[in-house]
Design a protein around this ligand. Structure first.
Ligand code: ACO
Length: 328
C-alpha cells in the first residue's frame, strides 16, 4: 500500500487492583517459583466489581486522544478488538462510543483473540484507503479474568486485564504503519476455547449453572509450539515482503503471553535480546490489549526511539496470528 497511515496517538489503561503470584498461592495450589520460571509473570492487573472492558477501553482511548491532541468528537470510527466484551449485545464499541460522549460513528467489535489489535490496525488501513479523512480509534481491551477459572491452576496464573489504543489517520505526526500481515488456521481452534454462552454451548433457561466451558480452556504445550512457529513465520514474511533484513529492525514486540514464548520467538527469529520488549512480568497475558499496552509503554519509556523500525507480532485463539511493521 503506498498511502501513508499514521498512528497519531497511543494510550493504555489497566485496572488499579493487582494480583500477585503470592496472592494466587492462596487461591490455587501453585507457587511464585513455578509461575515465574514457567511464564515470567509476577503480577497482573485485575478488574474489580463493577469495572468492565469498556471502562478500560475508554481509559486507553482518552490517553490516546490526549497524546494525539484530539477530541473524541473528531473520531469517525471505533474498532474494539476483544473476546471479553461487556455483553454479547451491545458491542463494546457502542458502549465506548457512548462513554466518550459521541454518536453517529461507525463502531463495531472484532474477534481475533490476542491478535485482535493487529487485525484492528489492518481494518483501520482499509477504512483509510476508502475514506482518507477518517480518524479511526482502534482499541484492544480485555477483562480476561472474567473468563478465567480460578479453580484451574493451569490457566488462572497466566491472564490479566487491560486495554491499549491507537488513533489511526492519514495525517498528523506519529509512527507510520509500513505494513500489516494477518493469518489464521481454524483447524487448530479446539486448542484454545471460551465456548460457554456461544451458540454451540448456550444456556437453555434462566438458572442454568455456568459450566467449565464458560472459562478459557487450552492445551498449553501445543499452543506454545504453534505460537513460536507462527509468530516467527509471519515476522519473516513481513520483512521479506518489505525487502528488509532483521538487522534493520530496532525493536521487536511480541504478544506478551509468556516470557518463554517471547524469548523463543526472539531466538528463533534471531533478534538480540536487548531489542525485544517485554512487560509480561507486570501484566500477564492481556490478550488483545497486550500489543497496544506494550507499544504505548515502550514508546513512553524510551525503549522505542525516534527513527526506530518496530516489528509487532501476535498470536491467539482461532488460531490467528499477525505482524505489523512500524517506522517511528
Ligand atoms: N502451579 C504449579 N504447577 C502447575 C501449574 C501451576 N500454576 N500449572 C500446571 N502445573 C503443573 C501441571 O499440573 C504439571 O504437573 P504434572 O507434571 O504433575 O502433571 C506440571 O506443572 C507441568 O505442566 P505443563 O502444562 O506441562 O507445564 P508447561 O511447562 O508446559 O507450562 C504453560 C505450562 C505455562 C501453560 C505453558 O505451556 C504455556 O505458556 N503455554 C502457552 C499458553 C498460552 O500462552 N496461552 C495463551 C496463548 S494465546 C492467547 O494469548 C489467548
Amino acid at each position: 500500500m503506498s498511502i501513508e497511515i499514521v498512528l497519531r496517538g497511543l494510550g493504555r489503561h489497566v485496572p488499579e487492583k493487582v494480583l500477585s503470584n503470592s496472592d494466587l498461592e492462596t487461591i490455587v495450589e501453585t507457587s511464585d517459583e513455578w509461575i515465574t520460571t514457567r511464564t515470567g509473570i509476577k503480577t497482573r492487573h485485575v478488574v474489580s466489581e463493577g469495572e468492565y472492558t469498556s471502562d478500560l477501553a475508554v481509559g486507553a482511548a482518552e490517553m490516546a486522544l490526549k497524546n494525539a491532541g484530539m477530541d473524541a468528537e473528531e473520531l469517525t470510527h471505533i474498532v474494539v478488538a476483544t473476546f471479553t466484551p461487556d455483553a454479547m449485545v451491545p458491542s463494546c464499541a457502542c458502549i465506548v462510543e457512548e462513554k466518550l460522549g459521541i454518536k453517529g460513528r461507525a463502531v463495531y467489535d472484532i474477534a481475533a483473540a490476542c491478535s485482535g489489535f493487529l487485525y484492528g490496525l489492518e481494518n483501520a488501513r482499509a477504512i483509510l484507503a476508502l475514506h482518507p479523512e477518517a480518524r479511526v480509534l482502534v482499541i484492544g481491551a480485555e477483562t480476561c479474568t472474567r473468563r478465567t477459572n480460578f479453580d484451574d491452576r493451569t490457566t488462572c496464573v497466566l491472564f490479566g486485564d487491560g486495554a491499549g489504543a491507537a488513533i489511526v489517520t492519514r495525517d498528523g505526526d506519529g509512527p507510520k504503519i509500513r505494513d500489516v500481515k494477518l493469518s489464521s488456521d481454524g483447524s487448530l481452534s479446539k486448542l484454545l476455547t471460551v465456548k460457554g454462552g456461544g451458540s454451540s454451548s448456550s444456556y437453555e433457561k434462566v438458572g442454568d449453572p455456568i459450566r467449565e466451558d464458560y472459562f478459557i480452556q487450552m492445551e498449553g504445550r501445543e499452543i506454545f509450539k504453534h505460537a513460536v512457529r507462527s509468530m516467527t513465520t509471519v515476522c519473516n514474511q513481513i520483512l521479506a515482503d518489505n525487502d528488509m533484513t532483521r538487522d534493520q529492525l530496532n525493536v521487536l514486540i511480541p504478544h506478551q503471553a509468556n516470557w518463554r514464548i517471547i524469548d523463543a520467538v526472539g531466538r528463533k527469529f534471531d533478534v538480540p535480546p536487548e531489542k525485544v520488549f517485554s512487560n509480561v512480568e507486570r501484566y500477564g497475558n492481556t490478550s488483545a490489549a497486550s500489543i497496544p499496552i506494550a507499544l504505548s509503554e515502550a514508546h513512553e519509556t524510551g525503549f522505542i526511539k525516534d527513527g526506530d523500525v518496530v516489528l509487532l507480532t501476535s498470536f491467539g485463539g482461532g488460531f490467528t496470528w499477525a505482524s505489523a511493521l512500524l517506522q517511528f
